[in-house]
Design a protein. Structure first.
Length: 319
């Protein structure tokens, strides 16, 4: 006659399943602590998977908007510097003409006109960090201003011939359904300035001109330059308006960047609430899982050692 163990095969299977379950729970908690993520697969997030995926997609889209907005802001900031420079040249031209009239001395006027032309052409033909012409209107590999010398500008039948830019203006999408146009073309910015320079240089090349050779203004020269004071002033006002509009665009882009940063924080926090492990809770859960596994192992071990002998009286016991 054999002394059988008390635990049955069914009981052994049950406790082994409890051990396996406790071990799996402990392994999951350990992985969550190690990776600091609730799960490394979407399946581990259960009914929150779709919400998590949608939020991650929105966050990625917001990141793309942020990158594009940063590039646009950089160009608009550069444009601000250049437009301010053009406005300063317009003011300088008005002063040069006004000084020639008030001092009755035009001898330095054309030198100043030449200098302003050279500086304006350089600005309008400037390139960005990628080597593209900033004011090209989409024709990024073509200089938007085609004339290199003041005499070439004078020879043109129309100042429009001095420009070869396209009409496309850069724009950036800063959010879903929100686009900001920030590009400028050389012809939009520089036509009036070039027209003023052409008018003065053309008069100087004509029969009543030759400012450099005139110690005093003739009546014709005085009348022409007096009219130019008003026209160059109007041209300067127009450039100031373009500069102000560019500044407004810069502000819009900065506001968009602020909103994008706020959305990034919101999305990241929402994703983190789903993805990231709560370390305090995980530490508590780890202790509970270790206790559960230890208990399951201990109970199973104890039951496997029990036989009927454990319940029989010892040989020295008197009945």
């Amino acid at each position: 006659m054999s002394i059988d163990r008390i635990a049955t095969a069914q009981q052994n299977a049950y406790f082994l399943s409890q051990i396996n379950q406790a071990a799996n729970a402990l392994n999951t908690t350990q992985q969550q602590i190690a990776s600091q993520k609730v799960s490394t697969t979407y399946a581990g997030f259960g009914n929150q998977t779709q919400v998590l995926q949608a939020t991650m997609t929105a966050n990625a889209r917001n990141d793309a908007y942020t990158t594009a907005t940063t590039l646009a802001t950089t160009q608009v900031d550069m444009q601000d510097t250049q437009l301010t420079g053009l406005s300063a040249l317009a003011t300088k031209l008005t002063k040069a003409v006004s000084d020639a009239v008030s001092n009755n001395d035009p001898t330095t006027l054309m030198d100043q006109v030449q200098s302003i032309f050279d500086q304006a052409t350089s600005i309008l033909n400037s390139k960005d960090a990628n080597g593209d012409y900033v004011y090209s209107g989409g024709k990024t590999d073509t200089p938007p201003v085609t004339v290199s010398f003041l005499s070439q500008l004078v020879a043109l039948p129309s100042v429009a011939g001095a420009f070869d830019n396209g009409n496309a203006k850069k724009a950036v999408q800063v959010a879903d359904g929100q686009t900001v146009t920030y590009g400028l073309t050389a012809s939009d910015v520089g036509t009036q300035l070039m027209q003023s320079l052409k008018d003065i240089a053309s008069f100087d090349a004509g029969p009543s001109g030759n400012f450099n050779g005139s110690p005093n203004l003739t009546q014709a020269q005085n009348g022409f330059l007096s009219g130019q004071i008003a026209s160059t002033g109007t041209m300067g006002d127009a450039l100031n308006t373009v500069t102000a509009q560019n500044g407004s665009t810069f502000t819009r882009l900065q506001n968009a960047a602020t909103q994008q940063s706020a959305m990034s924080t919101l999305y990241s926090g929402f994703i983190g609430n789903i993805q990231d492990t709560n370390m305090a809770q995980a530490a508590t859960q780890l202790s509970l899982d270790q206790t559960a596994l230890q208990a399951a192992l201990q109970v199973t071990s104890t039951l496997n050692k029990l036989t009927l002998l454990n319940y029989l009286p010892s040989s020295g016991t008197v009945g």
